[in-house]
Design a protein around this ligand. Structure first.
Ligand code: CP3
Length: 357
């Protein structure tokens, strides 16, 4: 077991004091980096990149070579699970993900297999092991999965969606069928995340990207309940350290108390909520991660610094904050912007934390 040289991220998730606020960015390995585009071209396409452990490792580490980030995130995609369940994932250039076999009826759902994920997604586990080896304890590695509801929306629609015509249609016309699908997905996600933890993931994040499009009762019944069963089913320790679990429901600001009740360690927040207010609501129970508006990175140095300061001071000097964007970094961001953001996080948070440790 290699010793972790920088454990700020894990400490903050467990609400322990840190010298400066740890920072990483959702989608930190991606198209805004020219070196990512070069490696993807070498791989041929996005899924080939995900399936090649050496290249997936290379792009995972690329943002760490550029910026002093406090965590790495596995390079993969949330849609690997539906692909392993036979939905036939492919990417149409410029159009996002597509499935050749969408799941629309109770019979489709009934037929869906739930293969053991350590085998079906062995390429992901190989990537995790390769990345852990190459990181050599530099920073912790985050594993991840989509939430059952978010995965279900893609499987039912057959693609990304604005209205969720088929997914919400099924929810209201045949809720039992949707529950059957979500139950299969919750089992698959639990198995998948536990396999990532066994392979070396040191924290995990569940991306509930589309939970925020639901009504309050529907969110609890069709998204939160299944995330709770996943949290309860995860192996929460590895190498003698806790493996923290982060729940991120985009647009979930009104449900934070209920999210904290799942037993997770941290909540990811989008930019529409005030961190200080969120901390008052749930801060003594879970850590908070976020929540700079990703569009701030289209601003100038001074604007980036000002917004970083606003986010950090809103949370204050308490332990339990991981700095992040409120959603993934945009592909059109100039790679010099994150450098400004991270430097500001380090400088401002050091001053904030001085004397509190
Ligand atoms: O954060 C990271 O750096 C880790 C890698 C990661 C990717 N996707 C790589 C990726 C993670 C954590 C994801 C999660 C993901 N994938 C989500 C949830 C995250 C969120 O933003 O809330 C969703 C909804 C997906 C599904 C998906 N995959 C979409 C909508 C797209 C974009 C398609 C497009 O062409 O715009 C992808 C592809 C994808 N996943 C890319 C990357 C870097 C871009 C693919 C490319 O290189 O062309």
């Amino acid at each position: 077991m290699t010793e972790l040289k920088n454990d700020r991220f894990l400490r903050a998730l467990m609400r322990q004091p840190v010298d400066q606020t740890p920072v990483w960015m959702m989608r930190q390995a991606g198209r805004y980096l020219p070196e990512y585009r070069a490696t993807r071209a070498q791989a041929g396409d996005f899924m080939s990149l995900c399936k090649n452990a050496e290249l997936a490792c290379e792009v995972t580490i690329q943002p760490l070579e550029r910026y002093p980030l406090d965590a790495a995130i596995l390079f993969s995609d949330i849609l690997t699970i539906p692909d392993a369940m036979g939905c036939g994932l492919y990417f149409e250039a410029g159009e996002g993900p597509r499935f050749s076999h969408p799941v629309r009826t109770a019979a489709d759902i009934d037929r869906l297999p739930v293969p053991p994920m350590a085998d079906a997604l062995d390429y992901v586990m190989n990537a995790v092991k390769t990345i852990r080896r190459e990181l050599n304890g530099r920073v912790p590695l985050i594993g991840f999965s989509g939430s059952p509801w978010t995965l279900a929306t893609y499987m039912i629609e057959g693609a990304g969606s604005k209205e969720y015509r088929y997914a919400k249609g099924l929810m209201y016309s045949d809720p039992g069928a949707l529950h059957a699908l979500l139950e299969k997905l919750a089992a698959a996600v639990t198995d998948y995340l536990n396999a990532q933890i066994a392979a070396g993931a040191q924290a995990v994040q569940i991306f509930d990207t589309w939970g925020g499009v639901l009504t309050e009762p529907a969110y609890r019944e069709f998204s939160l309940k299944y995330m709770e069963s996943i949290v309860q089913g995860l192996v929460r320790e590895a190498d003698g350290r806790p493996v923290p679990v982060i729940l991120f429901t985009k647009g979930g600001g009104q449900w934070l108390e209920a999210m904290a009740d799942t037993g997770c360690d941290a909540l990811g927040l989008d930019w529409t909520v005030d961190l200080g207010q969120c901390r008052e609501r749930v801060g003594n129970r879970v850590a908070l991660q976020g929540n700079l508006d990703p569009s701030v990175l289209f601003g100038n140095d001074e604007q980036v610094r000002r917004e970083v300061e606003r986010v950090l001071t809103s949370f204050g000097s308490h332990p339990g904050h991981v700095f992040n964007l409120g959603h993934g970094i945009n592909q059109h961001v100039d790679p010099s912007r994150p450098a400004t953001m991270i430097k500001a996080v380090q400088e401002i948070s050091r001053a904030l934390h001085a004397g509190t440790n």
